[in-house]
Design a protein around this ligand. Structure first.
Ligand SMILES: [Zn+2]
Length: 470
């Protein structure tokens, strides 16, 4: 378990601060992902005892801006080189490295800042690991022990509670409330994992949730989303598959389940060639909020009555227009629920498996269900009493995974909104004000999932209906 934002703001490094511009030097991306934290460099030579000594190693979080790392060293000869390796822990994250600039000497301090604001945004809860390779003029070299820091706002007193492989990171809430939440989630996870074929039992894989207590509080921690995109909708959460992490502005079971389902689905399709059509990714997340189709039936009734359902072939990515988003999520949830409840988990697992193997969504559906997506869609439309669509033109192949066109490695870390082809990003979803301001309540709306081959961010947001509309 990494330190808990502990080194936050308390420790300052001793020693002489020399000319260091380490940040600018952390520019070279290793092409090999998933370098383990304890991996030693092959060419490292054992140093004589005491030749180079670590005096102090520290980190300090400036939330929303960056994390500062420092390393103070003493040597029997002049220290001439400090190579810094940095990595956010997760799956298919990459290591960056660079040489720190400093004046060689027997006492040196190197400093490094990892920026966490846009454009290199990192979400709260991500764990950074830093280690150094140091050399001196006499030819001695050492590798330092990795230092890990969990990136959380030091302004809050964070607590954590784990149950099974789910950990909640929270503040200023009753532990019993979180315990109840985790108990319910633990009950739900096996069915979700079983449905998509993502058994993590015994793998050590962990899902982590950073839970804020209000949207105003969480907004400081969320990635930047343009004013146009947030108008009428308030983002409530983001999921980061590559870090096994989601961030949410509340701690209610449906929202937590929604985000967790994204992580589980992401794990089940963890492959550079995987395709993740939005109707399935969001459909699973919406369906498992309650685990029943009836919850989305009411939301869909108007769209069915007014013949506003979207064709599934147009649902490989999240639509941009608010009136379509309003239909997209309940429709995806209801259709996926129909597949699960009517055809069973085994076929859904086959579908997910085929997508992981890189089949296009239409081909994966046919492989898993033995009929085309259009035929399944027609069956579902009959089931919900909707008009049956005319035979469609050739289906599109756009999906929310960038696997077909982009390399799986070598991307800069963290930008949470980078979309795959045709995928809307958090900053480009032009959600406007609602045109049907019939209720003054706030209701949990939908989520968007944006995935690239190396990263993903799922967006769970709230739609606020407005008095009188606009
Ligand atoms: Zn979602």
């Amino acid at each position: 378990m990494p330190p808990f934002a502990s080194s936050g703001s308390r420790l300052r490094v001793r020693g002489i601060a020399l000319r260091v511009a380490a940040l600018a030097t952390i520019v070279c991306a290793l092409s090999v992902p998933d370098r383990g934290p304890a991996t030693a460099l092959a060419e490292v030579v054992e140093s004589p005892p005491g030749a180079i000594r670590v005096v102090a190693q520290d980190s300090s979080i400036r939330f929303g801006q960056g994390v500062d790392f420092s390393l103070s060293l003493e040597g029997d000869a002049d220290i001439t080189s400090i190579l810094t390796y940095f990595r956010p822990l997760g799956t298919r994250t990459i290591t960056t490295y660079g040489y720190a600039e400093f004046a060689p000497g027997r006492k040196v301090t190197a400093r490094l800042t990892i920026p966490t604001a846009a454009p290199t945004y990192y979400p709260p809860g991500v764990v950074f690991e830093v280690r150094y390779e140091v050399a001196d003029a006499a030819g001695n070299r050492i590798d330092t022990e990795p230092l890990t820091v969990e990136y959380l706002d030091p302004g809050f007193t964070w607590r954590r509670l784990s149950k099974g492989n789910l950990t909640a990171i929270y503040h200023d809430r009753q532990a019993s409330t979180i315990d109840d939440l985790l108990t319910e989630l633990s009950r739900r996870v096996p069915r979700i994992e079983s449905t998509v074929g993502a058994d993590t039992t015994g793998t050590g894989d962990e899902y982590r949730a950073v839970l804020f207590n209000s949207n105003a509080e969480a907004r400081r921690a969320f990635p930047f989303v343009s004013q146009a995109a947030t108008e009428g909708h308030v983002f409530a959460g983001f999921a980061y598959e590559q870090y096994g992490l989601f961030v949410l502005d509340h701690a209610a079971v449906p929202g937590v389940t929604h985000e967790l389902t994204h992580l589980i689905f992401g794990r089940a399709t963890n492959s550079p060639t995987a395709k993740r059509p939005a109707w399935l990714n969001e459909g699973l997340a919406v369906y498992f909020e309650t685990g029943t189709r009836s919850a989305t039936a009411a939301s869909l009734a108007g769209a069915i009555r007014n013949d506003r359902l979207l064709p599934l072939r147009a649902m490989n990515s999240i639509p941009g227009r608010p009136e379509k988003i309003d239909v997209f999520y309940p429709e995806a949830g209801n259709f996926v629920g129909y597949l699960i409840e009517r055809y069973g988990e085994e076929r859904m697992r086959s579908l997910v498996s085929a997508l992981r193997d890189g089949l296009l969504p239409t081909a994966a559906v046919t492989a898993a269900y033995g009929v085309s997506l259009e035929e399944l869609e027609a069956g579902w439309r009959r089931d919900v009493g909707a008009r049956i669509e005319a035979p469609p033109p050739a289906p599109t192949t756009s999906v929310t995974s960038g696997a077909t066109t982009s390399a799986p490695t070598g991307q800069s870390p963290a930008a949470p909104t980078a979309p795959g082809p045709s995928a809307p990003s958090a900053s480009t979803i032009p959600v406007g004000t609602t045109s049907q301001p019939t209720s003054f309540t706030i209701w949990w709306f939908v989520a968007g999932l944006v995935i690239t081959t190396a990263m993903s961010a799922a967006i769970y947001f709230v739609k606020r209906t407005r008095r009188g509309g606009s």
